[in-house]
Design a protein. Structure first.
Length: 279
């Protein structure tokens, strides 16, 4: 484990300040940048995480800078994997058996993403800079975008889109807390957050412009943040415009869950179906 990242961070920031002159022929710069990305790949550092004291997402901008610089110092190349051919600047992640990660044919993860032990990738995609915690399932056709932070014991159901964000470097990525369940075809983007143990019903759209409303009180709890240990579903709310009455999307918190208890999937399905949603 690397205990002091300060020298590497300083080197990356110097390169970022000089990024206009850097290209694939600058082997010294490439070596430094790849060192930083290798730390992301191994999980020794991560682009962002929630500060336990404040609850805010803290972004390590220098690591985003390293990823952006990586695309400047690597040239396009041909990758051949069995019968498949790809053209890209970055290699795919390897060594899954040693990492204790199950990867089903059709799944891929880019080098520079971190997959903890026990992760299962069905035919899906994980981009550079992403963090996927221990025991998480990334189901069929789900995508985890660049720098997205997904906790341990999470289930990303089929077709879920977890958005990525590289630019601007200071922008917070999507964060999904431990033991959350994200229903089929949900889209969680632009730095939205799903709290620990929360359940997001199928087809929900969550971003910083989407109101999250308490069904019991009608109060708006947040924009783009689902609280921990609750069940939330896609809904709409009425709004009057000069051109007529329209319905805009929102997310409705319909049930509070007992904190720390594992989800009873049968009970959750019953709750979701009652409100016209499912995982």
């Amino acid at each position: 484990m690397l205990h002091d990242t300060a020298p590497l961070r300083a080197a990356i920031e110097r390169l970022w300040a000089e990024r206009e002159r850097i290209g694939p022929t600058d082997l010294e710069a490439r070596s430094t940048i790849e060192q930083a990305v290798e730390l992301l790949d191994s999980g020794e550092v991560r682009v962002a995480q929630v500060d336990a004291a404040t609850g805010e997402v803290v972004v390590q901008e220098w690591l985003k800078h390293a990823i952006l610089l990586l695309f400047k110092v690597r040239a396009m190349g041909t990758l051949e994997l069995g019968p498949f051919e790809y053209a890209d600047k970055l290699p795919l992640k390897r060594g899954f058996a040693k990492l204790g990660v199950r990867v089903v044919p059709g799944a891929s993860a880019r080098w520079g993403s971190y997959l903890a032990r026990g992760v299962v990738l069905m035919p899906s995609y994980v981009n550079i800079g992403a963090w996927v915690g221990e025991g998480t399932m990334v189901d069929t056709w789900a995508t985890v975008g660049s720098c997205a932070q997904v906790g341990a014991g999470v289930h990303l159901s089929g077709g879920v889109g977890v958005g990525g964000v590289l630019e601007p470097p200071q922008a917070a990525p999507v964060v999904i807390g431990d033991h959350a369940m994200i229903g089929s075809r949900c889209m969680v983007t632009e730095g939205a957050r799903v709290g620990e143990g929360a359940v997001l019903g199928a087809g929900s759209i969550l971003n910083p412009s989407i109101p999250v409303i308490d069904a019991e009180t009608g109060l708006e709890l947040s924009r783009g943040v689902v609280p921990p240990w609750c069940v939330a579903v896609s809904a709409t709310r009425r709004k009057q415009y000069p051109g007529g009455e329209f319905y805009l999307p929102c997310v409705l918190v319909v049930k509070r869950l007992e904190e720390g208890h594992r989800h009873d999937k049968a009970q959750l399905e019953a709750v979701l179906r009652e409100h016209g949603a499912a995982t």
